[in-house]
Design a protein around this ligand. Structure first.
Ligand code: CP
Ligand code: NVA
Length: 330
Protein backbone atom coordinates (compact mmCIF):
# COMPACT_ATOMS: atom_id res chain seq x y z
CA UNK A 1 0.00 0.00 0.00
CA UNK A 2 1.00 3.65 -0.09
CA UNK A 3 1.56 4.91 3.46
CA UNK A 4 1.60 8.74 3.64
CA UNK A 5 1.93 8.82 -0.15
CA UNK A 6 5.00 6.53 -0.20
CA UNK A 7 4.42 3.30 -2.20
CA UNK A 8 5.52 -0.01 -0.62
CA UNK A 9 5.48 -3.70 -1.50
CA UNK A 10 4.60 -5.31 1.83
CA UNK A 11 2.20 -8.08 0.80
CA UNK A 12 1.24 -9.76 -2.46
CA UNK A 13 -2.04 -7.88 -2.49
CA UNK A 14 -0.15 -4.62 -3.01
CA UNK A 15 0.06 -5.70 -6.68
CA UNK A 16 -2.93 -5.71 -9.03
CA UNK A 17 -3.12 -8.44 -11.70
CA UNK A 18 -1.89 -5.95 -14.31
CA UNK A 19 1.00 -4.71 -12.15
CA UNK A 20 2.02 -8.30 -11.46
CA UNK A 21 2.03 -9.25 -15.14
CA UNK A 22 3.98 -6.07 -15.96
CA UNK A 23 6.66 -6.88 -13.33
CA UNK A 24 7.13 -10.41 -14.69
CA UNK A 25 7.45 -9.14 -18.24
CA UNK A 26 9.78 -6.32 -17.20
CA UNK A 27 11.96 -8.87 -15.34
CA UNK A 28 12.20 -10.92 -18.56
CA UNK A 29 13.16 -7.78 -20.47
CA UNK A 30 15.93 -6.96 -17.99
CA UNK A 31 17.22 -10.54 -18.15
CA UNK A 32 17.28 -10.44 -21.96
CA UNK A 33 18.90 -7.00 -22.04
CA UNK A 34 21.61 -7.92 -19.53
CA UNK A 35 22.34 -11.56 -20.38
CA UNK A 36 21.55 -11.93 -24.10
CA UNK A 37 22.31 -8.43 -25.41
CA UNK A 38 24.97 -7.67 -22.75
CA UNK A 39 23.69 -4.12 -22.46
CA UNK A 40 24.15 -1.85 -19.41
CA UNK A 41 21.10 -0.29 -17.75
CA UNK A 42 21.86 3.39 -18.27
CA UNK A 43 22.36 3.65 -14.49
CA UNK A 44 19.02 5.16 -13.47
CA UNK A 45 19.96 4.70 -9.78
CA UNK A 46 23.30 6.54 -10.05
CA UNK A 47 23.94 8.37 -6.79
CA UNK A 48 21.11 6.49 -4.99
CA UNK A 49 21.34 4.02 -2.12
CA UNK A 50 19.17 1.09 -1.16
CA UNK A 51 19.45 -0.20 2.40
CA UNK A 52 19.02 -3.91 3.08
CA UNK A 53 17.78 -4.20 6.66
CA UNK A 54 17.87 -7.94 7.30
CA UNK A 55 17.19 -9.43 10.72
CA UNK A 56 17.53 -13.00 9.35
CA UNK A 57 20.02 -14.81 7.14
CA UNK A 58 19.76 -14.70 3.34
CA UNK A 59 21.67 -15.93 0.32
CA UNK A 60 19.37 -15.44 -2.66
CA UNK A 61 17.45 -12.32 -1.64
CA UNK A 62 20.62 -10.54 -0.54
CA UNK A 63 22.72 -11.45 -3.60
CA UNK A 64 19.76 -10.74 -5.92
CA UNK A 65 19.14 -7.30 -4.44
CA UNK A 66 22.78 -6.22 -4.21
CA UNK A 67 23.52 -7.26 -7.81
CA UNK A 68 20.27 -5.75 -9.08
CA UNK A 69 21.05 -2.38 -7.48
CA UNK A 70 24.58 -2.52 -8.92
CA UNK A 71 23.18 -3.20 -12.41
CA UNK A 72 20.93 -0.14 -12.04
CA UNK A 73 23.98 1.97 -11.09
CA UNK A 74 23.07 2.43 -7.42
CA UNK A 75 24.66 1.41 -4.12
CA UNK A 76 23.28 -1.38 -1.91
CA UNK A 77 24.07 -1.15 1.79
CA UNK A 78 23.65 -4.35 3.80
CA UNK A 79 22.59 -3.75 7.40
CA UNK A 80 22.44 -7.07 9.22
CA UNK A 81 21.12 -7.56 12.73
CA UNK A 82 24.69 -7.68 14.10
CA UNK A 83 25.58 -4.39 12.41
CA UNK A 84 23.01 -1.81 13.42
CA UNK A 85 21.31 -0.77 16.64
CA UNK A 86 17.92 -2.11 15.50
CA UNK A 87 16.24 -4.42 17.98
CA UNK A 88 19.01 -4.18 20.57
CA UNK A 89 19.52 -0.50 21.32
CA UNK A 90 16.93 1.22 19.15
CA UNK A 91 13.26 0.88 18.22
CA UNK A 92 11.88 0.13 14.75
CA UNK A 93 10.24 3.56 14.71
CA UNK A 94 13.48 5.48 15.33
CA UNK A 95 15.50 3.24 13.03
CA UNK A 96 13.01 3.68 10.20
CA UNK A 97 13.00 7.47 10.53
CA UNK A 98 16.80 7.64 10.62
CA UNK A 99 17.64 5.17 7.85
CA UNK A 100 14.92 6.43 5.49
CA UNK A 101 16.17 10.00 5.88
CA UNK A 102 19.46 9.00 4.21
CA UNK A 103 18.60 6.32 1.63
CA UNK A 104 16.27 6.06 -1.37
CA UNK A 105 14.69 2.66 -0.71
CA UNK A 106 14.69 -0.15 1.85
CA UNK A 107 14.53 -3.90 1.38
CA UNK A 108 13.57 -5.36 4.77
CA UNK A 109 13.67 -8.96 6.04
CA UNK A 110 11.92 -9.18 9.40
CA UNK A 111 10.47 -11.61 11.93
CA UNK A 112 6.85 -10.71 12.67
CA UNK A 113 5.04 -9.07 9.75
CA UNK A 114 3.97 -6.24 12.08
CA UNK A 115 7.64 -5.16 12.13
CA UNK A 116 7.62 -4.29 8.42
CA UNK A 117 4.30 -2.48 8.87
CA UNK A 118 5.94 -0.33 11.56
CA UNK A 119 8.92 0.34 9.30
CA UNK A 120 6.57 1.38 6.48
CA UNK A 121 4.54 3.62 8.77
CA UNK A 122 7.57 5.76 9.62
CA UNK A 123 9.63 5.46 6.44
CA UNK A 124 9.85 8.33 3.98
CA UNK A 125 11.09 5.97 1.21
CA UNK A 126 9.60 2.83 -0.42
CA UNK A 127 9.99 -0.48 1.42
CA UNK A 128 10.03 -3.91 -0.23
CA UNK A 129 9.25 -6.97 1.89
CA UNK A 130 12.26 -9.31 1.64
CA UNK A 131 10.43 -11.93 3.81
CA UNK A 132 8.32 -11.75 6.93
CA UNK A 133 6.78 -14.58 8.93
CA UNK A 134 3.57 -14.19 6.89
CA UNK A 135 4.63 -13.29 3.33
CA UNK A 136 7.50 -13.54 0.83
CA UNK A 137 6.11 -11.64 -2.17
CA UNK A 138 9.32 -11.28 -4.19
CA UNK A 139 9.86 -15.06 -4.08
CA UNK A 140 6.59 -15.72 -5.89
CA UNK A 141 7.48 -13.16 -8.57
CA UNK A 142 10.51 -15.33 -9.36
CA UNK A 143 8.40 -18.50 -9.31
CA UNK A 144 5.94 -16.99 -11.78
CA UNK A 145 8.72 -15.66 -14.02
CA UNK A 146 10.27 -19.15 -14.10
CA UNK A 147 6.97 -20.81 -15.02
CA UNK A 148 6.37 -18.12 -17.66
CA UNK A 149 9.77 -18.93 -19.19
CA UNK A 150 9.08 -22.67 -19.05
CA UNK A 151 5.62 -22.35 -20.61
CA UNK A 152 6.56 -19.85 -23.33
CA UNK A 153 5.99 -21.78 -26.58
CA UNK A 154 9.03 -22.81 -28.63
CA UNK A 155 9.86 -20.11 -31.16
CA UNK A 156 8.58 -17.31 -28.88
CA UNK A 157 10.57 -15.28 -26.36
CA UNK A 158 9.45 -14.79 -22.74
CA UNK A 159 10.20 -11.05 -22.84
CA UNK A 160 7.92 -10.68 -25.87
CA UNK A 161 5.12 -12.92 -24.55
CA UNK A 162 2.44 -11.99 -22.03
CA UNK A 163 2.60 -14.06 -18.82
CA UNK A 164 -1.18 -14.04 -18.66
CA UNK A 165 -1.28 -16.26 -21.76
CA UNK A 166 1.42 -18.73 -20.64
CA UNK A 167 0.26 -19.09 -17.02
CA UNK A 168 -3.53 -19.08 -17.37
CA UNK A 169 -5.24 -22.24 -16.07
CA UNK A 170 -1.99 -23.90 -14.95
CA UNK A 171 -2.42 -25.83 -11.72
CA UNK A 172 0.09 -25.59 -8.88
CA UNK A 173 0.09 -28.04 -5.96
CA UNK A 174 1.69 -27.21 -2.64
CA UNK A 175 2.63 -30.04 -0.29
CA UNK A 176 4.14 -28.94 3.01
CA UNK A 177 3.88 -26.27 5.68
CA UNK A 178 1.21 -23.55 5.76
CA UNK A 179 3.94 -20.91 5.80
CA UNK A 180 4.89 -17.53 4.30
CA UNK A 181 5.65 -19.01 0.86
CA UNK A 182 2.27 -20.74 0.67
CA UNK A 183 0.52 -17.53 1.78
CA UNK A 184 2.19 -15.54 -0.97
CA UNK A 185 1.46 -18.22 -3.58
CA UNK A 186 -2.23 -18.34 -2.57
CA UNK A 187 -2.55 -14.59 -3.00
CA UNK A 188 -0.60 -14.20 -6.25
CA UNK A 189 -1.59 -17.21 -8.35
CA UNK A 190 -5.20 -16.15 -8.94
CA UNK A 191 -3.93 -12.81 -10.25
CA UNK A 192 -2.25 -14.58 -13.18
CA UNK A 193 -5.15 -16.99 -13.70
CA UNK A 194 -3.54 -20.01 -12.00
CA UNK A 195 -5.26 -22.59 -9.80
CA UNK A 196 -3.77 -23.71 -6.49
CA UNK A 197 -4.31 -26.81 -4.41
CA UNK A 198 -2.56 -27.35 -1.10
CA UNK A 199 -1.98 -30.15 1.37
CA UNK A 200 -0.68 -29.37 4.84
CA UNK A 201 -0.65 -31.61 7.93
CA UNK A 202 -3.36 -30.99 10.54
CA UNK A 203 -2.21 -28.17 12.80
CA UNK A 204 0.07 -26.69 10.11
CA UNK A 205 -2.61 -25.15 7.88
CA UNK A 206 -2.20 -21.64 6.44
CA UNK A 207 -3.27 -18.56 8.39
CA UNK A 208 -7.12 -18.45 8.19
CA UNK A 209 -7.29 -14.70 7.47
CA UNK A 210 -4.83 -14.99 4.59
CA UNK A 211 -6.71 -18.05 3.31
CA UNK A 212 -9.93 -16.01 3.27
CA UNK A 213 -8.20 -13.25 1.33
CA UNK A 214 -6.83 -15.84 -1.10
CA UNK A 215 -10.35 -17.24 -1.55
CA UNK A 216 -11.60 -13.73 -2.38
CA UNK A 217 -8.76 -13.33 -4.91
CA UNK A 218 -9.67 -16.70 -6.48
CA UNK A 219 -13.35 -15.80 -6.73
CA UNK A 220 -12.49 -12.44 -8.33
CA UNK A 221 -10.25 -14.20 -10.87
CA UNK A 222 -12.48 -17.24 -11.44
CA UNK A 223 -9.68 -19.64 -10.41
CA UNK A 224 -9.81 -22.71 -8.14
CA UNK A 225 -8.34 -22.95 -4.66
CA UNK A 226 -8.36 -26.39 -3.03
CA UNK A 227 -7.47 -26.95 0.62
CA UNK A 228 -6.59 -30.49 1.75
CA UNK A 229 -4.61 -32.45 4.30
CA UNK A 230 -3.80 -35.38 2.00
CA UNK A 231 -0.95 -34.81 -0.51
CA UNK A 232 -2.66 -37.10 -3.07
CA UNK A 233 -5.67 -34.76 -3.23
CA UNK A 234 -3.48 -31.70 -3.82
CA UNK A 235 -1.22 -33.29 -6.44
CA UNK A 236 -3.95 -34.82 -8.64
CA UNK A 237 -3.96 -33.01 -12.00
CA UNK A 238 -1.10 -30.65 -11.02
CA UNK A 239 1.25 -29.08 -13.58
CA UNK A 240 3.69 -27.89 -10.92
CA UNK A 241 4.53 -29.34 -7.51
CA UNK A 242 6.06 -27.00 -4.94
CA UNK A 243 7.32 -27.35 -1.42
CA UNK A 244 9.57 -25.54 1.05
CA UNK A 245 11.35 -26.37 4.28
CA UNK A 246 9.19 -27.72 7.10
CA UNK A 247 11.25 -25.66 9.56
CA UNK A 248 11.28 -21.96 8.71
CA UNK A 249 13.80 -19.52 10.14
CA UNK A 250 12.96 -19.00 13.81
CA UNK A 251 11.32 -22.45 14.20
CA UNK A 252 14.56 -24.39 14.73
CA UNK A 253 13.51 -25.54 18.20
CA UNK A 254 10.38 -27.21 16.78
CA UNK A 255 12.42 -29.40 14.41
CA UNK A 256 11.74 -32.74 16.11
CA UNK A 257 7.97 -32.35 16.37
CA UNK A 258 7.71 -30.89 12.87
CA UNK A 259 9.66 -33.69 11.19
CA UNK A 260 7.26 -36.13 12.86
CA UNK A 261 4.12 -34.15 11.93
CA UNK A 262 5.22 -33.94 8.27
CA UNK A 263 5.75 -37.68 7.82
CA UNK A 264 4.21 -38.63 4.46
CA UNK A 265 4.65 -35.12 3.02
CA UNK A 266 8.12 -35.67 1.55
CA UNK A 267 8.10 -35.08 -2.21
CA UNK A 268 9.18 -38.22 -4.03
CA UNK A 269 8.75 -39.32 -7.66
CA UNK A 270 6.48 -42.15 -6.44
CA UNK A 271 4.19 -39.76 -4.51
CA UNK A 272 3.86 -37.41 -7.49
CA UNK A 273 3.18 -40.17 -10.02
CA UNK A 274 0.79 -42.23 -7.89
CA UNK A 275 -1.20 -39.08 -7.07
CA UNK A 276 -1.90 -38.38 -10.73
CA UNK A 277 0.09 -35.23 -11.53
CA UNK A 278 0.16 -34.24 -15.22
CA UNK A 279 2.67 -36.33 -17.17
CA UNK A 280 4.95 -33.30 -17.77
CA UNK A 281 4.92 -32.16 -14.13
CA UNK A 282 7.56 -29.70 -12.93
CA UNK A 283 9.07 -29.04 -9.50
CA UNK A 284 9.92 -25.73 -7.78
CA UNK A 285 11.37 -24.91 -4.33
CA UNK A 286 12.32 -21.43 -3.09
CA UNK A 287 15.50 -22.77 -1.35
CA UNK A 288 17.29 -23.20 0.97
CA UNK A 289 16.35 -26.87 0.74
CA UNK A 290 16.72 -29.36 3.56
CA UNK A 291 16.95 -33.11 3.05
CA UNK A 292 13.69 -34.13 4.63
CA UNK A 293 11.11 -32.41 2.38
CA UNK A 294 12.20 -33.67 -1.06
CA UNK A 295 14.34 -36.52 -2.39
CA UNK A 296 17.50 -35.84 -4.41
CA UNK A 297 16.04 -37.68 -7.37
CA UNK A 298 13.29 -35.04 -7.66
CA UNK A 299 15.35 -32.04 -6.53
CA UNK A 300 18.22 -32.65 -9.01
CA UNK A 301 16.07 -34.07 -11.83
CA UNK A 302 15.43 -32.36 -15.18
CA UNK A 303 11.87 -31.71 -13.95
CA UNK A 304 13.24 -29.48 -11.18
CA UNK A 305 13.81 -25.83 -12.08
CA UNK A 306 14.99 -24.63 -8.69
CA UNK A 307 18.24 -23.02 -9.84
CA UNK A 308 16.58 -21.09 -12.67
CA UNK A 309 14.01 -20.01 -10.05
CA UNK A 310 16.84 -18.86 -7.73
CA UNK A 311 18.50 -16.81 -10.49
CA UNK A 312 15.17 -15.23 -11.36
CA UNK A 313 15.09 -13.71 -7.87
CA UNK A 314 17.57 -11.22 -9.30
CA UNK A 315 15.58 -10.23 -12.38
CA UNK A 316 12.26 -9.92 -10.56
CA UNK A 317 13.72 -7.94 -7.66
CA UNK A 318 15.44 -5.73 -10.25
CA UNK A 319 12.08 -5.12 -11.95
CA UNK A 320 10.48 -4.26 -8.56
CA UNK A 321 13.23 -1.84 -7.59
CA UNK A 322 13.07 -0.22 -11.02
CA UNK A 323 9.32 0.17 -10.67
CA UNK A 324 9.42 1.61 -7.15
CA UNK A 325 12.59 3.73 -7.24
CA UNK A 326 12.93 4.72 -10.90
CA UNK A 327 9.32 4.78 -12.11
CA UNK A 328 8.20 5.91 -8.62
CA UNK A 329 5.40 3.44 -7.95
CA UNK A 330 3.46 0.55 -9.39
N1 CP B 1 14.49 -18.06 -1.20
C1 CP B 1 15.07 -17.16 -0.39
O1 CP B 1 14.48 -16.16 0.02
O2 CP B 1 16.36 -17.46 -0.06
P1 CP B 1 17.28 -16.66 0.97
O3 CP B 1 16.68 -16.88 2.34
O4 CP B 1 18.63 -17.28 0.82
O5 CP B 1 17.26 -15.21 0.60
N1 NVA C 1 9.71 -20.49 4.80
C1 NVA C 1 11.11 -20.16 4.77
C2 NVA C 1 11.47 -19.46 3.49
C3 NVA C 1 12.92 -19.16 3.33
C4 NVA C 1 13.23 -18.44 2.04
C5 NVA C 1 11.46 -19.30 5.97
O1 NVA C 1 10.68 -18.39 6.32
O2 NVA C 1 12.49 -19.55 6.58
Amino acid sequence: PAVSGVPHLLTDNDLSPKQLADIIQSACQFKHQAKVLGKPSGAPLAGKTMALMFSKRSTRTRVATETAVTYLGGHAMFLGSQDIQLGVNESLLDTSKVVSSMVDGIMARVGAHSEIETLAKYSTVPIINALSDLYHPTQILADLMTLHELYTPKGSEPHLTSPTTTLKDRRLAWVGDGNNILHSLMLQLPKVGMHITMATPKGYEPNPHILQQAQRNAVAAGTELGVYNDPDDAIEGADVIVTDTWISMGQEEEKKQRVKAFEGYKITTELIEKSGAKSDWKFLHCLPRKQEEVTDDVFYSPRSHVFQEAENRKWTILACINQLLVKKGF
